[in-house]
Design a protein around this ligand. Structure first.
Ligand code: BEZ
Length: 212
């Protein structure tokens, strides 16, 4: 077990899943990835999360992000639980759920926080870039279901800021103005961003979302 920090290489693994044996890196290929853990099968909050994740798959696909979930139960249990999720959430779970019975992946990604619970994972999220570096980590308690709109919003920001010299302000969403990277002078920014730069403060310069 080790703490995984931003910029680290996401550890690779091979594990059983609801869709058979999966090698993480092979599964991701050249795509972005989102790995998210669930405390256990047949639990209420997890059921709503996985149903929601399935309904959001098109949005993750649009952003070239492969989804992979994890729960510390076996593949046979996952298969039965997926039937429930599909029924209750009126969807089709269409991405793999790692069957981490031996907690190998949970340990590798430090998803079990013993002072919270000795046996179940917390709700971890890891977003991985195509070069396999970790770009985001989040940890939610078991009692709080994640907000999948927020996960898409972060991916939009990560993908935008990977390609443009900008950062995204509080509550930013695709299409809203962005912040010019602090490393760029206002004069240089004016040459770089043809749609204009507004200097609110010398250190806070706004420009329209270059991808909108
Ligand atoms: C749930 O997914 O509903 C859940 C799992 C573990 C503890 C509390 C809630």
């Amino acid at each position: 077990m080790s703490t995984i920090r931003l910029g680290d290489k996401a550890p690779n693994f091979t594990a059983d899943s609801s869709m058979g044996s999966i090698n993480f890196y092979d599964y991701l290929g050249d795509s972005w990835g989102i790995l998210f853990s669930h405390p256990a099968d047949f639990t209420p909050v997890c059921t709503t999360e996985l149903g929601t994740a399935a309904k959001f798959k098109d949005e993750f696909d649009k952003r070239n992000v492969k989804m992979i979930a994890l729960s510390v139960d076996g593949a046979a249990s996952h298969a039965e639980w997926i039937k429930d999720i599909n029924e209750v959430e009126n969807t089709v779970v269409n991405f793999p759920i790692i069957a981490d019975e031996d907690k190998k992946v949970s340990d590798l990604y430090d998803m079990i926080h013993p002072n919270a619970d000795n046996n179940l994972t917390v709700r971890s999220v890891f977003i991985v870039a195509p070069d396999k570096t970790v770009k985001l980590t989040l940890t939610y308690p078991a009692s709080t279901g994640r907000n999948f709109y927020e996960l898409l919003r972060v991916i939009d920001s990560l993908q935008l800021t990977a390609n443009h010299k900008v950062a995204t302000p509080a509550n930013w969403e695709h299409g809203k103005d962005v912040v010019v990277s602090p490393a760029i002078s206002t004069d240089d920014a004016k040459g770089m961003f043809s749609r204009g730069v507004t200097e609110v403060k010398p250190y806070l310069r706004m420009t329209p979302d270059p991808t909108a």
